[in-house]
Design a protein around this ligand. Structure first.
Ligand code: ADP
Ligand code: MG
Length: 394
């Protein structure tokens, strides 16, 4: 299956969600909101080093119909999950007690109420085209769509970055997943035709022009369909190694080490493992800067080699790639892609591939054939058109 066919269907998901809401709850919703998934273009394992990331919002969205309630009841339903309406009470929400999908939107209600906002209940019905388990942040889409809808309905007056922080807190404290701020910021703050430059130290953001269709380019997301078990412990180990590197170099965070000083700094490190991690983080922060300079100059094609250099660094220095992701990158580049890299936490998940639109089918076919020849599960491909962040749709 080609990436083009995997695009979101044109037939109004808003209307379907609206109709579904009415059927479930017996009245039309007050409104319908949408929030996208995201993919990270460049800047990996840089967030906890207080560095830079550069995600973009996908055309794939969570769409949710909402009405307010004033009796403390919270009713939730997903068109994508088998089962009846989940009914909770806002006074009884407690962190880490709900392990179902409903914890993501319920967690947002909990965070808002903890912060003193009078969210007095809601009826919610949603559906999402963000694929789960591909590292495209279907969870952030669910949180952000809830935060935006409640902000509008209860007139809370919160800013987009505040909604992102609330959504992150819901995932960290209520669901219990220790994610950073990137996913929710991308979903809440991205704009169409742009990538989002996020400074993970002061959380400042800048929209960077990245209008792929206008340039005759496509960014493919290739879901390798694998998730290697060593992921969790390896993340903590990389984190610890980066902190050790910063300590040995006498900087608060690796972000504070200028790229110009990298070689001298590496020479001062005795531990080969720490040296590799430092080299990855400092060079990936630099690659974010390089990509921004190229995109600001309108030279979109030139970011391809920077993406591929990022993959090499993740593979050889941070060592978080896997044979499937390496195969995507090597095959895509051999078949004419401009550049490619794994994206996300690693040990599986997805890769991004930048291609001329005219070459997209050839590259897609080459990757699919290479996977078949290697005996791997067929990959899933998506088109990552840089899209609008969260918004009200009805
Ligand atoms: P991802 O990388 O996609 O964010 P997560 O494990 O963080 O992966 O989040 C996936 C979870 O989010 C699912 O297991 C489910 O609980 C919830 N979720 C995502 N999309 C939906 C949906 N359409 N309906 C209900 N729950 C969803
Ligand atoms: Mg997630």
């Amino acid at each position: 299956m080609g990436a083009q066919q995997a695009e979101q269907p044109a037939a109004g998901p808003e209307q379907q969600v609206r109709d579904g809401f009415e059927k479930l709850y017996g009245a039309a919703p007050e409104g319908v909101w949408a929030a996208p998934g995201r993919v990270n273009l460049i800047g990996e394992y840089t967030d906890f080093n207080e560095g830079f990331v550069m995600p973009l919002a996908l055309p794939h969205t969570a769409v949710a119909a909402f009405s307010r309630r004033d009796d403390g009841v919270l009713r939730l339903h997903s068109a994508d999950i088998e089962g009846p309406v989940v009914e909770l009470h806002v006074d009884e929400l407690a962190p880490l007690t709900n392990t179902s999908w409903a914890a993501y939107p319920a967690g947002v209600v909990w965070v808002l109420r903890e912060a003193g906002h009078a969210v007095t209940g809601a009826d919610i019905h949603l559906a999402s085209t963000v694929p789960t388990g591909a590292g495209l942040s279907s969870s952030a889409a669910l949180e952000v769509v809830t935060a935006l809808a409640l902000n509008d309905l209860f007139e809370l007056g919160l800013t987009r970055p505040e909604l992102a922080r609330i959504s992150q807190r819901a995932e960290n404290d209520f669901v219990g997943v220790p994610c950073g701020i990137m996913d929710q910021t991308a979903s809440a703050c991205a704009t169409e035709g742009h990538a989002l430059h996020l400074d993970c130290r002061d959380l400042s953001i800048r929209q960077i022009p990245f209008d792929l269709p206008a340039q005759g380019l496509q960014l493919l997301v290739v879901d390798s369909r694998v998730k290697h078990a060593l992921g969790d412990g390896a993340y903590a180990e990389r984190r610890e190694g980066c902190e050790e590197g910063a300590r040995q170099l006498g900087v608060p965070f690796l972000r504070d080490l200028p790229y110009e000083d990298l070689d001298a700094a590496l020479a001062r490190l005795s531990d080969e493992r720490v040296r590799r991690y430092v080299r990855h983080v400092v060079s990936d922060d630099h690659r974010v800067d390089e990509v921004i300079a190229l995109l600001d100059a309108g030279d979109v094609r030139a970011i391809g080699p920077v993406l591929t250099a990022g993959h090499t660094s993740l593979r050889d220095d941070l060592r978080i790639s896997c044979p499937e992701l390496d195969l995507v990158v090597a095959t895509a580049n051999e078949a004419g892609a401009l550049g490619a890299r794994m994206t996300g936490g690693g040990f599986g998940g997805s890769a991004v591939v930048l291609v001329e639109t005219a070459d997209a089918d050839t590259v897609t076919k080459a990757v699919e054939e290479a996977f078949a020849a290697a005996g791997y599960t067929a990959p899933r491909l998506f088109l990552a058109v840089p899209s609008e962040g969260a918004r009200r749709v009805v």
